[in-house]
Design a binder for this molecule. Structure first.
Ligand code: SAH
Ligand code: SF4
Length: 341
């Protein structure tokens, strides 16, 4: 049996037609699921009995079981969901002035193994299927009874190491018959898998791309991210420029500030030289300490000095306040403590 939430609307419509139904039935079914949030074929009252039977025989509508739910002081919420094979994943809802943003997990564990990241502590067990990523957004909206207007692909996993499933997920949530989340409201973050950055740019969509840069030179970056030995900063920057050219979109560079590692004014200087002339902005994030590692987030004065230096050098920059850090829900800091018990 196939999961219906894995289906692409057009392919599904063609399939239905080939099996003797109408193309527009696909749209009706999507509307039941994504608009009316009805998850039983038997309740889809405008479908013929024959179609409902066909659906019941060939498809299932999967679910995620809510295992744990935490709310932080700043109203950020963290959800621990159980997949049908028993694995647990985390999803975070952040509230902003501009709307609600959901941070999704894309893999069980992560093989990139950045030396500062809790998500990389567990080797990748498997990729998530498109429906398992879509359901995270759907369920958060159902549970909170609130609309989700933004999605960030910044939970556990490297999205470009699960490229096809993540693209399918994006197409489904972006579709007017799916969750109707605008392309400009969706952001994918990658550690810098260069060939996939080109492939992504060639889609020529308006989806935002964020690159985890974290260092202004190869020496520091390789110390933090093994992937830098495979794709150097120069290659990552070239690919980033290509994305900007192809899509006309501004690209984001994420830069976590680690005390004494990458947060000197000299680093800020080097960074501004590296990024000069690129239509980009730099998202500075003070690192959230993780028990297993010795790294510490930069002190406020250092973070501010770094920020001010970039500003003076004409680089668009924000120094972000992390949401939900009191419940370990800060993006990039997700890790299910339950799983380690
Ligand atoms: N694998 C992708 C997306 C998930 S991580 C990537 O690496 O881009 C999302 C962001 O959170 C990345 O920029 C990551 O480097 C950052 N991050 C990881 N651990 C963090 C921590 N403890 N504190 C702050 N940011 C962290
Ligand atoms: Fe994986 Fe991203 Fe964490 Fe690196 S920072 S280990 S790529 S999740």
């Amino acid at each position: 049996m196939k999961s219906i939430i894995n289906e692409d609307l057009n392919e599904f419509a063609t399939k239905l037609e080939a099996d003797g139904f109408k193309k527009f039935n696909a749209r009706q079914i999507f509307e039941w699921i994504f608009k009316k949030r009805v998850y039983e074929f038997s309740q889809m009252s405008n479908l013929s009995k024959k179609l409902r039977e066909y659906l019941r025989e060939n498809y299932k509508i999967e679910d995620l079981k809510l295992n744990k739910h935490q709310v932080s002081r700043d109203k950020t919420e963290k959800f621990l969901f159980e997949l049908s094979d028993g694995n647990l994943i985390e999803t975070v809802l952040m509230r902003h002035e501009y709307g609600n943003s959901v941070c999704v997990t894309t893999q069980l564990g992560c093989n990139i193994g950045c030396t500062f990241c809790a998500s990389g502590l567990e080797k990748k067990k498997r990729n998530l299927e498109p429906f398992e990523i879509v359901l995270q957004v759907l369920k958060v909206s159902d549970i909170t009874k609130e609309r989700v207007s933004h999605v960030v692909v910044m939970g556990i996993g490297e999205p470009f190491d699960n490229y096809n499933n993540v693209m399918k997920f994006i197409d489904i949530i972006n579709s007017p018959y799916g969750l109707e989340i605008g392309a400009r409201h969706i952001t994918v973050s990658t550690s810098g898998i260069v060939p996939k950055i080109y492939e992504f740019a060639d889609r020529e969509t308006q989806i935002n791309l964020a690159i985890s840069l974290h260092a202004p030179n190869d020496r520091v970056r390789s110390q933090l991210m093994k992937i830098n030995d495979r794709y150097s900063i120069k290659e990552v920057i070239e690919a980033s420029k290509y994305y900007v050219e192809k899509t006309n979109r501004r690209i984001t560079f994420e830069y976590i500030l680690l005390e004494g590692i990458n947060d000197e004014v000299a680093h800020a200087n080097e960074l501004s030289n590296l990024l000069r002339g690129i239509n980009c902005y730099v998202n500075l994030i003070r690192y959230n300490a993780v028990n297993e590692f010795d790294y510490r987030g930069s002190r406020e004065v250092r973070a501010n000095a770094f920020f001010n230096h970039l500003k003076r050098r004409g680089i668009n920059t924000t120094l972000r306040k992390e949401k939900g850090s009191d419940i370990d829900a800060a993006c990039g800091q997700l890790r299910s403590k339950e799983m380690n018990k």
